[in-house]
Design a protein around this ligand. Structure first.
Ligand code: NAI
Length: 329
């Protein structure tokens, strides 16, 4: 099997190269470009492509991949909201993903964002470097004995519940399915979670139901001085409504690893560019907001698990095995 690996970053190549010798008969060619309408044609001559959460796998791109003979898309991530599943089904393209490489990696980043924005670590870091030892504007909130509200208690949400519990927080959760392992969590309706939580962290997938689940109406229901964290998907939050809420002083702090319109920014060095939209710069203009660039997954352990599961997915496909990680069944 020949795999064309799109959007290669140094850390991807390192983690895949480490395990490739174990997979005889599978060849990987790395390219820096991401898959798009312009680059999909380069997949001709390959059996599979390997793509990521920010790759363009829209209908047109899938058509070009199908014409190029691609039978398999190996997603080296959990999310797949960027893929036109109908087009894949139509063209008989299998999509395999890595459903849970390291939930703790993402949950720990969510907690890192919550703590950093709450305690204004981003401002303190810059200040002290400039010999400014003033504490004005750096006041945070204790999490101890406060209430955490976790939306979505799958693998990552459950890990975040455990972290919040460890901080001595009362943990409320909202999900259609109750996770039986979380006996310390109180499941409530979304409205109650919004009303009572001091820290709200989003861990549900982006679906038609969850699109803009955080909007001006839900923001109004939140406590004043709430800390909001999103490490799930940008479009869970209506950014314009969030910006309005921040301007109205609703939030103590906001930590975002994902945000709407992040696609062109994610994993790119754009320091010489003039940005097309003002969302990123407006978010960054607030002293109580921290934005990271979709890095919640990025730990050694997660990268190792991603490369291992991706290669096992490829091997199972070659062996014609039924694969749990199949998205289009
Ligand atoms: P999961 O599938 O284990 O859990 C998702 C949970 O959300 C499930 O319990 C499900 O019942 C719940 N859910 C679905 N629709 C809901 C709704 N309308 N309201 C409330 N809950 C709902 O997924 P996992 O592995 O925990 O990942 C969660 C999300 O994290 C992914 O969908 C992905 O978007 C994001 N993610 C972000 C990463 C990053 O680097 N920032 C890395 C990996 C995942």
């Amino acid at each position: 099997m020949k795999i064309l690996f799109f959007d290669t970053k140094k850390y991807d190549k390192e983690s895949f190269d480490k395990i490739l010798p174990k997979y005889k008969g599978i060849e990987v060619e790395y390219v820096q470009a991401d898959v798009s309408e312009g680059t999909a044609k380069y997949a001709k001559g390959y059996d599979a492509i390997c793509a990521f959460v920010s790759s363009d796998l829209s209908k047109k791109v899938i058509e070009i991949l199908a014409e190029s003979g691609i039978k398999l898309i190996l997603m080296r991530c959990a999310g797949f909201n960027n893929i036109d599943l109908k087009a894949c089904e139509k063209h008989g393209i299998t999509i395999l993903r890595v459903p849970g490489y390291s939930p703790e990696a993402v949950a720990e980043h969510a907690m890192a964002l919550a703590l950093a924005c709450n305690r204004r670590i981003h401002k303190a870091y810059i200040r002290v470097r400039e010999n400014n030892f003033s504490l004005v504007g750096l006041t945070g909130l204790n999490f101890y004995q406060k209430t955490a509200g976790i939306i979505g208690t799958g693998k990552i949400g459950a890990a975040m519940c455990r972290l919040c519990h460890g901080f001595g927080m009362k943990v409320l959760a909202y999900d259609m399915y109750q996770n039986p392992d979380l006996d310390f969590v109180q499941y409530v309706e979304l409205d109650q979670l919004l009303k009572e939580s001091d820290l709200i962290s989003l861990h549900c997938p982006l679906t038609d139901d969850t699109y803009h689940i955080i909007n001006s109406k839900s923001i109004k229901k939140m406590k004043d001085d709430v800390v909001l964290v999103n490490t799930s998907r940008g479009a869970l939050i209506d950014t314009e409504d969030l910006i309005k809420g921040i301007r109205e002083h609703k939030f103590h702090s906001v930590g975002l690893d994902v945000y709407e319109e992040e696609t062109n920014n994610v994993f790119e060095n754009r320091e010489d560019d003039i940005l097309e939209t003002s969302i990123t710069s407006r978010l960054l203009s607030f002293p109580n907001v921290i934005v990271t660039s979709h890095q919640a997954f990025l730990t050694d352990e997660a990268l190792e698990a991603i490369s291992y599961t991706t290669m096992e997915n490829a091997k199972s496909f070659i062996d014609g095995k039924i694969i749990e990680n199949n998205i289009v069944k």
